[in-house]
Every structure is written in structure tokens, then in C-alpha cells.
Design a protein around this ligand. Structure first.
Ligand code: N01
Length: 503
């Protein structure tokens, strides 16, 4: 009996499910809720962690907050009158997601600790074999909602592995480690870094910010939401909807309109320059913080406390490239060595080379990563030829820098749900998009991207893949994406009814 109790001796049964969703961030939860709302209960949400929330669960670094107003950065069907600030901080967003998971009954469908190690399409059985660290699943439909900001990138700096102090990535913050009185290095100056630096600068002995590319930063118009306003939102639900619509329209027409017509970006650049001028008195530091590419080429950052923190007496902006890390210091290309106790890697995520793509194998055993070797392609950002019954949420070309990702996610959920309903209505066992539809979508994206600041702004960003193609952003107004993905474009899919032999 001791042998029977040995974990290796117990083979867990394979679980048969209609739909397997990978991930429980905004996308996975949104999909699960849509299924439940039309009475579909035959699904699981495979979550590698022990809690729902995705990137908002993982990014707990000091200062973590959203740079889209909460009235917009939330599900349209679950407004929250209690947001304490106009731009919420990570703990409130995480609490919101946990609340939504409970309220809409998603939690019983979640399998926690289920890290997907491989997902293989079986053409005979017409099922996905999904291997996870919590057992095997056989699913009719696989929906990857693994996200694009899920897997941190660790920079390839010589000697980093020899460092004897503490190293932590912004998305894997070690709260057990106290930075008080330490000499801290922050590598990177993206959205994460500019929130971390002002949060830690007052408590550390010194902070060195290693900047490879300066960021354009504009003022943040954040404020606490007054209790009377929360009350009003609660009793007049239409009011919050109106505020949401106003925020949506403002971001849509101002921001995306600008990115598509570069000449209109000048006033935004002026605003950012004036912000820097006001906050940094030292002309040399100001110069070092001034970007040399068009504003909007990389994500525009919003902050009122980043520049003052970098200009503080215990902070230093390091613009020389990092040459090597030694056991207790960092050496830059100019030969300067800075003693360091902790290195914070605010170096971003695998966005154009999604690790989940290596694990999902379609027809003939080819992985998504292999099919995407020359860049991510899809039909309507959701389906890939050669990958039957697979749908992607937050996959290629759905990213947005100017507005709420939740709007894009809700558009995608509606599209995938429409595909699932079409399968049920027509009695289809398999549905697969065509290579032609994929090519047409790629051309559409290329055409819409032409001349935009992301391609022509003179910067290198994770919006573009290694060939310089935009494979991550939706390059147009988001209401156009919603229109395009309102219902399944059935003509772009080949369906196989149940009971028919394999193609
Ligand atoms: O990551 P990033 P992030 N040596 O990839 C630098 C969302 N988000 O975590 O620009 C030296 O943007 C790199 O330099 P460079 C949001 O969508 C939202 O900050 O490549 N430096 C860059 O400065 C965002 O866009 C919020 O030259 C290296 C930085 O590291 C996305 O997450 C908050 C390096 C990486 O910036 C990712 O943001 C936080 C190296 N080897 C995040 N490698 C809000 O809503 C990389 N860098 C507020």
C-alpha cells in the first residue's frame, strides 16, 4: 500500500472536457463568463498559479498601477462603483478580478496549479490532448488566453548569473526582500520601471537607473474618487456608463487618431517636453532623458513622479550601456563600476515570441512557434490555419497602447463564442480557418500599419517582430476591430460535421 500511495504510482485519469481555456486573466475569465452566461458548463480554466488574475496577479512590484482609467479598464458587464482612484492600483484590480470570478461562478471551473506543458491536436480523435502539471485533459476546443505579458524576459548580460546580491524581475517581485538602505540598480525604463523607481527611491540608499532608450512621459491626471461620487455611481448606474463612454471616445479619437496621422503628434511631443522641462532643472539630465524618436513609437508613459525621482540626490541615470555584471557590482561600457546590492530587471516580456506558441502543436505536429517563425499570422487575431478548434485571445495584433485591453478582449470573446455557437448549431465537430483568410488579414494589418508612428517613428519596440512587421498591435480604431469580429466570418472557415471521415 505504500507503493500505491506513492505519487508516481497513481496515474490520474484523463479528463474529457468540451472546452479548455488556458489562463485566468481578464481574457480567460471573460471567456469563461461568456460560456456560463449561455448555460455552457462543460469547460475548464487551466491556471498555472494558485489564484486567478493573470498579469495583474503576477505584477505586484511597488507602485504597480494601471495607466488606463478603471471606469474603462473593467468588464462592461461588471462596472465597479467602488474604484478608489481614477487610475487603480494593482491590489484593487486584482481584488476586482477575484470578485468577478466569484460573482460569475468561474472558480469551480478553475484547475489551479495546471501549467500547460503541451497541447497536441489529434486528427483521428478530433480532440486536443492537453498535458498539464495537474494532469491530462482531452478537449474538443482549446482556447489560449495565456496573454502576451505573461512570461518575463531576462536580459542576456554577461556575468548576471554570477551576481551574489538579489536579482528580481519586475513581474516576479520578492516581497520578502527589504530594499531599505540598499544600493539598487533598475534595468529598463518602460512602463514598469517608471512606476518602480519613484516607489523605491525614498527608501533605498541609492538607485541607479540603467536607461537604454529614454521614454516619452506625459502627466498623469490621477485623483481619488470621492465617496459621494462612488455613491452616485452606485445609485445612478447610467452615469458610470456615460463616463466610460466619454473616456473611450476621448482615447479613441485623440490617441489613435494621432498615431495614424503622425503630423498631429507634435502637440503631444510638446506636452511631454514641457513636462520634462518643468520637472527636471538640470539641463544635462534633461538632455539624457529626452528621446530621439517620434512620440508614440513606443508606448507613451504617464507619470508625475518618475522625473523627480530620477533627479533626486540619491538617484543616478546611467546612459552608458551595461558591459558586465560582477558578483557585487555592475560595470558599464565607459569603465565605471557601481557597487550594487539588488538588481531589478524591469526588462519586459516575451511578446513577439510567446512561449505558449512552442507548446501548442496543430496538424502534422507543427507548433505555433514553427508556423510563426516568420512572424505571427492569424485570421482576425483569433484562429490559425492548421490548428483546428483552436482559438487565441490576446494573440497577434490585438494589443493596444492607447486604450483599454479589456475592450479588445470583450470583442474577441464575442467572436470566439460566436464560433462555438456556429459549431453547435451546424453540428460541426471541427472548424478550421483557411490560409487564404489568414493572408488577407495579414495584408489588412500591413496596410493599416503603413505610415503609422509604430513603423515610421524611428525606434525599436516590442510592437514589431524581428522582421520589423507589426504583429502585436491592432493598428486602427478599436471599434473597427469590434465590427470586424462581431460574429464569425463563417466563409473563412472549413467545418467538418460530426461523423464524417477525416479530410
Ligand atoms: O517592459 P518594456 P515593461 N539591457 O518591454 C529595457 C504593460 N504595462 O514591463 O527600450 C538594457 O516596455 C528596454 O529598453 P529598450 C504595458 O503594455 C502597463 O516596462 O528596449 N535594457 C525597456 O526600457 C507595457 O508596454 C503598465 O531600449 C534593457 C525596458 O527594459 C508592457 O506592460 C505598467 C534590456 C523594458 O520595457 C511592458 O512594460 C507596466 C537589456 N538587455 C507594464 N532589455 C501600466 O498600465 C530590455 N531593456 C501602467
Amino acid at each position: 500500500s505504500t507503493l500505491e500511495n506513492h505519487p508516481a504510482a497513481t496515474t490520474r485519469p484523463v479528463r474529457e472536457v468540451g472546452v479548455a481555456i488556458i489562463g485566468s486573466g481578464f481574457a480567460g475569465l471573460g471567456m469563461a463568463i461568456a460560456l456560463r452566461q449561455r448555460g455552457e458548463e462543460d469547460f475548464v480554466v487551466l491556471e498555472r498559479a494558485q489564484q486567478v488574475g493573470g498579469t495583474w496577479r503576477d505584477n505586484t512590484y511597488p507602485g504597480a498601477a494601471c495607466d488606463v482609467q478603471s471606469n474603462l479598464y473593467s468588464f462592461s458587464f461588471a462596472p465597479n462603483p467602488d474604484w478608489p482612484r481614477s487610475y487603480s492600483e494593482q491590489p484593487e484590480i486584482q481584488a476586482y478580478l477575484e470578485g468577478v470570478a466569484d460573482r460569475f461562478g468561474v472558480r469551480p471551473h478553475c484547475v489551479f496549479g495546471a501549467d500547460v506543458t503541451s497541447a497536441q491536436w489529434d486528427d483521428e480523435a478530433r480532440r486536443w490532448h492537453v498535458q498539464t502539471t495537474a494532469g491530462e485533459f482531452r478537449a474538443r476546443v482549446l482556447i489560449s488566453a495565456a496573454g502576451a505579458l505573461a512570461d518575463p524576459t531576462y536580459p542576456d548580460i554577461p556575468g548576471l548569473d554570477t551576481f551574489t546580491g538579489t536579482v528580481m524581475h519586475s513581474a516576479r517581485w520578492d516581497h520578502g526582500h527589504d530594499l531599505a538602505g540598499e544600493r539598487v540598480a533598475v534595468i529598463g525604463t518602460g512602463a514598469s520601471a517608471i512606476q518602480i523607481v519613484p516607489a523605491i527611491q525614498p527608501v533605498v540608499d541609492s538607485v541607479a537607473v540603467y536607461q537604454r532608450t529614454p521614454a516619452w512621459v506625459v502627466p498623469r491626471t490621477d485623483h481619488p474618487v470621492k465617496p459621494w461620487m462612488q455613491k452616485l455611481y452606485r445609485f445612478v448606474p447610467g452615469l458610470q456608463k456615460t463616463v466610460r463612454a466619454a473616456l473611450y471616445l476621448m482615447r479613441e479619437f485623440l490617441v489613435i487618431g494621432l498615431a495614424k496621422r503622425r503630423r498631429f503628434l507634435k502637440p503631444v511631443g510638446k506636452l511631454a517636453r514641457a513636462h520634462l522641462h518643468r520637472q527636471v532643472r538640470d539641463p544635462l539630465l534633461r538632455e539624457a532623458l529626452t528621446p530621439d524618436y517620434t512620440i508614440g513609437c513606443k508606448r507613451i508613459l504617464i507619470s508625475n513622479d518618475y522625473f523627480p525621482a530620477v533627479a533626486a540626490p540619491n538617484a543616478e541615470l546611467v546612459t552608458a550601456g551595461i558591459a558586465a555584471v560582477r558578483p557585487r557590482s555592475i560595470v558599464t561600457a565607459d569603465g565605471v563600476e557601481r557597487p550594487t546590492d539588488t538588481i531589478v530587471l524591469a526588462t519586459g516580456f516575451h511578446v513577439t515570441d510567446l512561449p505558449i506558441a512552442e507548446k501548442i502543436c496543430g496538424r502534422a505536429g507543427r507548433s505555433l512557434a514553427q508556423v510563426w517563425a516568420d512572424g505571427m499570422v492569424s485570421n482576425r487575431s483569433a484562429a490559425v490555419a492548421g490548428f483546428p478548434n483552436l482559438f487565441l485571445l490576446v494573440g497577434p495584433n490585438v494589443g493596444v497602447g492607447h486604450t483599454s485591453m479589456v475592450y479588445m478582449i470583450e470583442s474577441q470573446v464575442a467572436y470566439v463564442d460566436s464560433a462555438l455557437r456556429a459549431m453547435a448549431e451546424e453540428g460541426l465537430e471541427v472548424i478550421e480557418t483557411t490560409p487564404q483568410a489568414q493572408e488577407a488579414y495579414r495584408d489588412l494589418i500591413a496596410e493599416k500599419s503603413q505610415g503609422t508612428v509604430w513603423l515610421a517613428g524611428g525606434c525599436a519596440s516590442w510592437y514589431l517582430d524581428k522582421h520589423g512587421h507589426n504583429t502585436t498591435l491592432w493598428p486602427d480604431f478599436t471599434f473597427r476591430f469590434r465590427k470586424l469580429t462581431k460574429t464569425l466570418d463563417r466563409e473563412n472557415y472549413v467545418g467538418t460535421p460530426a461523423g464524417t471521415p477525416a479530410r
